[in-house]
Each structure stands twice: as C-alpha cells, then as structure tokens.
Write a protein that binds this ligand. Sequence first.
Ligand SMILES: [Zn+2]
Length: 183
Amino acid sequence: MFFICDLKIVSDANVVFIDAILKHHGLRECFSEIHTNPSFIDEEGRLRIFPLHDFSKHPHGCHHPYPPNMCKGIVIERIQASLSAMEEKKTIIYMGDGLGDFCPSSKLGDTDYMLPRKDFPVWDLICQNRSLIKVEVCEWSNGDEFEHVLLHLITKMIEKNNTNGDTSQLYSNCKLQSISGAA
Ligand SMILES: [Zn+2]
C-alpha cells in the first residue's frame, strides 16, 4: 500500500508563469490542482492577468492582510470542504512565506501543519498573532531544512496511521514540493 501525498499549488502568481515553471522542470503532473490568477498571452505578446476573485463586484470580506484579487483562505476553505467529503481523515501540510499565507494559516485545524519560512512575512504574522492560530507550526529557513521538516512530518503520519508505506517512493514524490499533502 502506498502513502499518497496530493500536492496542490495555491499561489498569487498566475497560470502562465506557474505552467511555464512546472513544465520547464517536468513537474506539471505532480500537482492535482493549481489555484492562481487566470492569465494568457494576447496577440501582441502581452501577458494578461485577471483576479481569481472578482473583488470589484463581490468583496470577499477578509480582514487579514491579503491581496484583494486573491484570498488564499477562501481557497483553503474550499479544499477543506472537498476533503471533508472524503471517507478517510486528511491532514493538510501548508507551506508559505508571504502576507497572503496568514489567512489560510488561521483556517487550518489543530491536526494540520503550517510550515512558514522563518523571518519572512507570514512567519512574523504568526509570531505576533499566535492566539489566532490553531495549526501546529514548523518553521524552516532553506530548502534542506524544509525537506527535513516535511519528510519528518510525513514519516510521523505514516507511523501514526501504521501504514506500510514504501518510503523510497514517498521520498522521491514529496521532495521539495510545496503546498499541501494529504495523509
Ligand atoms: Zn482571507
């Protein structure tokens, strides 16, 4: 039986940039969902970017620091709703560094994990607002530390679930990839 991590991207960049980066590194197939601002390149070769949420008509009422075009908290709530419809209990591991990552952090539960990049804006906000955060926080500073923290959490989950996971498969699948893993 394999231990499967479902990887999703929640980003305030845009579809064209993210697709180009993932395809360049051969990683597009690693991600089940990409939540970001729609974009395309027009006939004159200009990049056109649109907001994920139409904030001019429907302000989404988020009080946390966030870009008005995208509240990652709303995206995380939708992901949580889809996970809660599943039979098996899922754990979210969320990795981020920007101001816009605080709102989703405040929506994660006490069985989830938030991995903020140390000394970056979301880490500062979490340190200043611990009472708003239920999720377990594991900080990291560079790629090696992030990999170590992520693999430690996944190994812990495998042991907890007593799953006979094939860890070599697991390690190659999860190495240095970002947003959420479900266990
Ligand atoms: Zn928000």
